[in-house]
Write a protein that binds this ligand. Structure first.
Ligand code: OX2
Length: 820
């Protein structure tokens, strides 16, 4: 339609104004004509939607300009493929990044609407489980900020991560419905839809004389429909796209069946297609292993790859330039099947030869590993892959053959190593190893902290690393300072601006200028006051939601993250019980008043994790109601942890618990958020804690416990937890009170198996690290008792954490991996 007109001659909408009066009028206009509500009857939700629509307009101009610029400059594009994007609420982020916070606030207040009230109504987009999904969200914001043309590709789950409720202290999972009121941020792109196939067979054409060709004839097909959400960088520099795929049936209804009276059968296909993108799998770092999960992985990989290749051919004549113009980053192995899909599309659809396609594919893909836990490494049974994706299975065999021949013939690799690098795991049921596929199909494989990267080289990928020694590299994780400082902590942001000016807003590493204020008593007092107000806010949240009163002058000690044995909430709880015993036996001592906060979700099928939640609630009930404690210790498990709750808890923390068994937490990112917001860390030498120690200095962090090497050695040689427990009176007493039912009088043996696990194997080194941890906690008490020293340390944490900005991480990916 536009083609026979000259686009430049068409009238253009006037650029959007940032004048509060004009924006107020626009909000009313949206309310009336887009939502169809009279001002008099509009509900708070309608105001929210109208405001988002007005904000959104201000983003669209920049969005289009960013897209046009990438075409005009022939820039390289980065594609971040991730099954999870834990983006949370978007409105405040967007308003703040385009610099209209005060203007929108004024516009709304002229209409009698409070920005904070409607912002609190925006649902959390919980399209992720934990750290991996939240990292993807921080990366999206940082890629826009550092001006990299990037697309995030993922799934538009109708139900994100479940809502957690407590029933008598047990976790109960309820469906989450973030789309219930519609989603004003997304644009449905009907023109960007692709067919994705499953099952069927592969037809071979040619052979002998002509080259062989393969054609996959899928038995089932669904449509992948794109939904785009703009991602605004800091100061609105650039707006990128988060493209989420939704599955739709090819035939919405089988009319013949319907007309024949089979009303349910007529919708069967349609329901099946839609169920593909209905729910996010709720397991963090443990593969679900179900066919639907593999279908989700292939569905979004295939749609994304088709989209990427189509966009490339719109601009370039062929695929030889693909590695120069496109980088595809695989967020863990969940999208690793993309490597085979790229090979299939290049060879079977676009007619390239296998070897040429392979060079292009490997030059384009790179892979980030997020965990070393052996049980967390994805693999799929060969028969399942063969049935669901027969052509991809052939490609797996072809890649494997080439790799193994190279390793054996040219590198003289011995049999045992050959077995370990193979794409097929032959121990027991034959399975395809997705980690090996991602490694072999990528030119870069990165870990997420220095320690994790070294351990990758020594453990899971030792043999592949010896074959391809240049591929593994480190990119220590980061967090976006926009959400995790400026927005969640306006009080601290204001105070820092007063002290050192605005430079840190554009470059978090400029926070180092704050360092000298650690010695300034006046500044420390203001810093403490900001912290107090944030603690009051959290105390109010807890009072409102749970009816529990906590004292903001107590130390707020916080552990928030997924519930996992390796993260050791259990160590924290056992120490809580030991402290409780001490407070009761020694009322004459000067105990530091503490509130121990916990929050986090457990995978619904993870029995011990759910038991740990119940234990926390049982312990809380007993301690919080015991008058002998005299309010010196409180335990609070806040239900339904999500990004928005984190935004309240992180700024309110005095003490950040980062106490995983060394060698098991790949990086952690919560650790960075707390330290940036002026909390002291108590932590093990694990993941990024090691680098935090280097940056903040060892006098400003409390490190305890076994090192990763010591843990590995104890596991290999066997350690004797029973002997360790017997030597520690505090530990024995705490464990036996939990095991004997002091906290569970209604079911005295409820926790006995959990505690037996510590006595019998202590895989996670809870007993082995207990004394070191308890001593470290008393060291924390001593620092707390000297407020000058406490706040000097916490100010230094804020000042020295700028390096952990995800802008730095993204610049390193861009320089070393993407060359974008
Ligand atoms: C998490 C890791 O457990 C965590 O240590 C890391 O900080 C985060 O990813 C981001 O890199 N699922 N979640 C993770 O790994 C997997 C697998």
């Amino acid at each position: 339609m536009i083609n026979n007109l000259n686009a430049a001659d068409l009238p253009r909408p006037a650029p959007r104004s940032s004048n509060p009066e004009i924006m107020a009028a626009e909000i009313i206009e949206r309310l009336t004509y887009r939502i169809g509500k009279d001002v008099k009857v509009a509900k708070p939700h309608d105001w929210l939607t109208a405001t988002i629509l007005v904000v959104r307009d201000r983003i669209i101009d920049k969005w289009m300009a960013s897209t046009r610029k990438a075409y005009a400059d022939n820039s390289k594009r980065v594609y971040y493929l991730s099954l999870e994007f834990l983006i949370g609420r978007l409105m405040r982020d967007a308003i703040s990044n385009i610099g209209l916070m005060q203007e929108i606030r004024d516009a709304l207040s002229s209409l009698g609407v409070d920005l904070d009230v409607i912002a609190g109504l925006e649902p959390d987009a919980a399209l992720g489980n934990g750290g991996l999904g939240r990292l993807a969200a921080c990366f999206m914001e940082s890629m826009a900020t550092v001006d990299i043309p990037a697309y995030g590709y993922g799934i538009r789950y109708v139900h994100g991560l479940f809502r957690q409720q407590m029933a008598d202290g047990w976790q109960v999972e309820l469906p989450e419905t973030w789309l219930a009121h519609g989603n004003p941020w997304e644009f449905e792109r009907r023109e960007s839809s692709y067919e994705v196939g499953f099952g069927g067979s592969v037809e071979t054409i040619g052979g002998y004389e002509e080259p062989q060709r393969f054609v996959w004839k899928p038995a089932e097909r669904v449509i992948a429909m794109a939904y785009d959400t703009p991602v605004v960088g800091w100061r609105g520099t650039r707006v990128n796209t988060l493209r989420l795929w939704s599955a739709q049936p090819i035939d919405p209804i089988l009319l013949a069946a319907f007309n024949a009276g089979d009303h349910i059968g007529a919708l069967k296909e349609s329901n099946k297609a839609e169920s593909l993108t209905r729910v996010l799998y709720p397991a963090d770092a443990t593969p679900a292993g179900q066919e639907l999960r593999l279908r989700q992985e292939f569905f979004f990989s295939s749609a994304s790859l088709q989209d990427i290749l189509r966009r490339h051919l719109q601009q370039y004549p062929d695929f030889t330039s693909l590695p120069d113009k496109v980088s595809i980053q695989l967020n863990d192995t969940h999208p690793a099947i993309s490597i085979c899909e790229m090979m299939r599309l290049l060879c079977d659809v676009h007619g390239l030869e296998f070897d040429e396609a392979w060079t292009i594919t490997r030059g384009t893909f790179s892979y980030t590993n997020h965990t070393l836990l052996p049980e967390a490494l994805e693999s799929w049974p060969v028969p399942l892959l063969e049935r669901l994706l027969p052509r991809h299975m052939q490609i797996v065999y072809a890649i494997n053959a080439n790799t193994l021949v190279y390793a054996r013939k040219e590198k003289k690799m011995p049999d045992q190593q050959i077995r370990s690098i193979s794409l097929i795991d032959e121990n027991g049921e034959r399975r395809v190893r997705m980690g090996n596929l991602a490694f072999i199909g990528s030119h870069s494989i990165n870990g997420v902290s220095a320690l994790h990267t070294e351990l990758m080289k020594e453990t899971v990928f030792a043999d592949l690393h010896s074959l391809y020694p240049d591929r593994i590299n480190n990119k220590t994780n980061g967090i976006t300072p926009r959400r995790w400082l400026m927005q969640c902590n306006p009080g601290l942001t204001g105070l820092i601006r007063e002290a050192i000016g605005d430079d840190f807003l554009d470059d978090a590493e400029k926070l180092t200028a704050l360092d000298r204020f650690a010695d300034d008593a006046g500044f420390r007092a203001k810093f403490a006051e900001v912290k107090r107000l944030n603690k009051v806010r959290l105390a109010n949240t807890v009072a409102q939601r749970m009816g529990i009163r906590v004292d903001p002058s107590a130390m707020f000690d916080i552990q928030i993250k997924r519930i996992h044995e390796y993260k050791r909430q259990l160590l924290n709880l056992v120490e809580t019980v030991a402290l409780y015993d001490q407070i009761r036996s020694h009322p004459e001592l000067d105990w530091v008043p503490r509130v121990k906060f916990f929050a986090g979700k457990a995978a619904p099928s993870y029995h011990n994790a759910k038991l740990i939640i119940k234990l926390a609630n049982d312990i809380a009930r007993v301690i919080n109601n015991d008058p002998a404690v005299r309010g010196l210790l409180k335990v609070v498990f806040i239900p339904n942890y999500n990004v928005s709750l984190a935004e309240i808890m992180v700024p309110a923390a005095d003490l950040s618990e980062q106490i995983s068994t060394a060698g098991m937490e790949a990086s952690g990112t919560g650790n960075m958020k707390f330290a940036l917001n002026g909390a002291l860390t108590i932590g093990t030498l694990d993941g990024a804690n090691v680098e935090m120690l280097e940056h903040v200095g060892d006098e400003n962090i409390v490190i305890f416990g076994m090192t990763a090497d010591e843990v590995a050695k104890a596991r290999a040689e066997g350690h004797n937890p029973r002997a360790i427990i017997e030597q520690s009176a505090e530990l024995s007493q705490a464990l036996s009170s939990i095991a004997s039912g002091v906290f569970s009088p209604d079911d005295r043996s409820r926790f006995s198996a959990l505690i037996d696990g510590i006595y019998n194997s202590d895989w996670f080194m809870v007993a082995a690290d207990f004394d070191a941890y308890a001593n470290a906690q008393r060291e924390v008490d001593a620092i707390w008792s000297d407020p000058d020293s406490w706040y000097a340390k916490t100010v230094r944490n804020t000042a020295r954490m700028g390096w952990f900005s995800s802008d730095r991480t993204i610049r390193q990916y861009a320089a070393d991996i993407w060359r974008a």
